[in-house]
Write a protein that binds this ligand. Structure first.
Ligand code: AP5
Length: 217
């Protein structure tokens, strides 16, 4: 199963992907997480991405496409779920071309629709674990002990690009560059539009319905 999860910044892509992979045994490939790992490791790719990420701009396609095609090539036959990629129509086109070389294609696209005000609340309240990547929210998904990761007890942090000014840029770039990717897929693939304003468990149930329909087909 090759799945793409689309949605604005803070829509809940990462949160839902972690649950999807538990049920279907897919590889979770988050372009944002891979870029943050590259930055933490001080690689050339991480250094190239730094200024774009810090300002809320998209990292250039030529950097992203190679990185993600390489990551996808390491997925097992069970498949993968892409989170944060593709984010431009050009990235989607390059991904399709790369998969087609092996006779493969994206099987299903899930588009998480969230109102802008909710997106801002979700991003500003997000806290993450620098050790294991677990994601929490100060109101919606609180850790058991305030400020500490449930899994490893590490001090939770706020992402540096989760400030008001950078969030505004990320949302603007989403509308300009990423929203057209939904249209691209609607012309070529099965796209499920999901109301992701709901509680995380309700959103997950809708995602499972879509994926189960694909598994049974
Ligand atoms: P990336 O890390 O991909 O950031 P993003 O798309 O802005 O998405 P987020 O990680 O902010 O949100 P999410 O949808 O995963 O939400 P989450 O589940 O955490 O990218 C960062 C940067 O890297 C980009 O700005 C760009 O520079 C670069 N980049 C990455 N990919 C790129 C690409 N392909 N091309 C070019 N550049 C790229 O949830 C958010 C919060 O809400 C959490 O606190 C969570 O607990 C809470 N929450 C989630 N769901 C719910 C719910 N249903 N109800 C209540 N709370 C909820």
């Amino acid at each position: 199963m090759r799945v793409v999860l689309l949605g604005a910044p803070g829509a809940g892509k990462g949160t839902q992907c972690k649950r999807i992979v538990e049920r279907y045994g897919l590889l979770h490939l988050s372009s944002g997480d891979i870029l943050r790992q590259q930055r933490a490791a001080g690689t050339e790719l991480g250094k190239k991405a730094q200024s774009y990420m810090d300002s809320g701009a998209l990292v250039p396609d030529e950097v992203i496409v190679g990185m993600m095609v390489d990551a996808i090539s390491k997925a097992s036959a069970d498949g993968f779920v892409l989170d944060g990629f593709p984010r431009t129509v050009n990235q989607a086109d390059e991904l399709d071309k790369s998969l087609a070389l092996n006779g493969e294609k994206i099987d299903i696209v899930i588009n998480l629709n969230v109102d802008e005000q909710i997106v801002v609340e979700r991003i500003t309240g997000r806290r993450s674990c620098p050790e294991c990547g677990a994601v929490y929210h100060i109101k919606n998904m609180k850790p058991k002990v305030e400020g500490k990761c449930d899994k490893d007890g590490a001090e939770l942090i706020q992402r540096p690009d989760d400030t008001a000014e950078v969030i505004a840029n990320r949302i603007e770039n989403y509308h300009l560059q990423t929203a057209p990717v939904v249209g691209y897929y609607k012309n070529n693939n099965t796209v499920y539009d999901i109301d992701a304003n709901k509680d995380a468990d309700e959103v997950l149930a809708l995602i499972f319905d879509s994926l189960d329909a694909l598994v049974k087909a």
